[in-house]
Design a protein around this ligand. Sequence first.
Ligand code: BG6
Ligand code: MG
Length: 220
Amino acid sequence: LLQAFIFDLDGVITESAEYHYLAWKALAEELGITFDRAFNEELKGVSRMESLEKILVLGGRQDEFTPEQKASLAAKKNDHYGTLIQQITPADILPGIAPLLAEIRSRNLKLGLASVSRNAFTVMASLGLKDEFDVIVDAAEIKRGKPDPEIFLTAAQLLGVEPSACIGVEDAVVGVEAIKGAGMFAVGIGSEETLAKADLVYAHTGLLSYAEIVEKFDQA
Ligand code: BG6
Ligand code: MG
C-alpha cells in the first residue's frame, strides 16, 4: 500500500538543474573545457566534487590540480550557483508540482526530499516548501551518493515507511538507479530513452498525473 512520495529537488521541484548547468559551464569554459547538454546529463544528481572530477576528466585535466585547487574550483562554481539561486521564489516551483504535492497531502501520504545538494535547504526555503515536507535528506546525512540507494532508503526510514510503499521522483539517470536500487517505484522526469530504468516517465513535470502514477504503482 502506497505510503509516501520521495522527491529529488534539482530538475524535479524547480529548474535549479539549469543553474547547476550554467555554473559548471562557466567554470569549465574558464578551464578551456567545453561541454554540452548531453554530457550534462552525466552530472545530474552527482555530488559537487564528483561533478568537478568528471569535467576535469572530460578535458583531460584531472591530474593538473592539487586537492586544494580542486576545492577552490568547486567553491567558485558554488559561489556562482549561490548567486543564481538567489532569484528563486515560490513562482519557480515547476508546473504540475504544487497540485501533485497537494494531492499527496490530501491523501495523508508522507512527503520526503532526497537531494545530494548542500544547497537543498536554501532552495527549499526560497520555494516556500521547507515546511511542506516531513523529511529532507541532503548530502550531509549520507555517505554514498546516487546511484547508491542510501539517500532514498534514509528518507524512507526517517518517514517510518517501507521502501516498497514509496514512490521516488527523479530527473537524473543515477537518481532513477538509486530509487530502483532502494526497491521503490520510480517516476522519471525527462526523456524515456535516458531514463529507461524508470517505471513511468513524463517528459516534463506539467504532465505529472497523480491518478496515473498511483494506478501504475498499484499494477507494479
Ligand atoms: C544535485 C544536482 O541535486 O546536487 C547536481 O543534480 C549537483 O547537479 C548536486 O552537483 C550537488 O549540489 P551542490 O549544491 O551541493 O553543489
Ligand atoms: Mg535532479
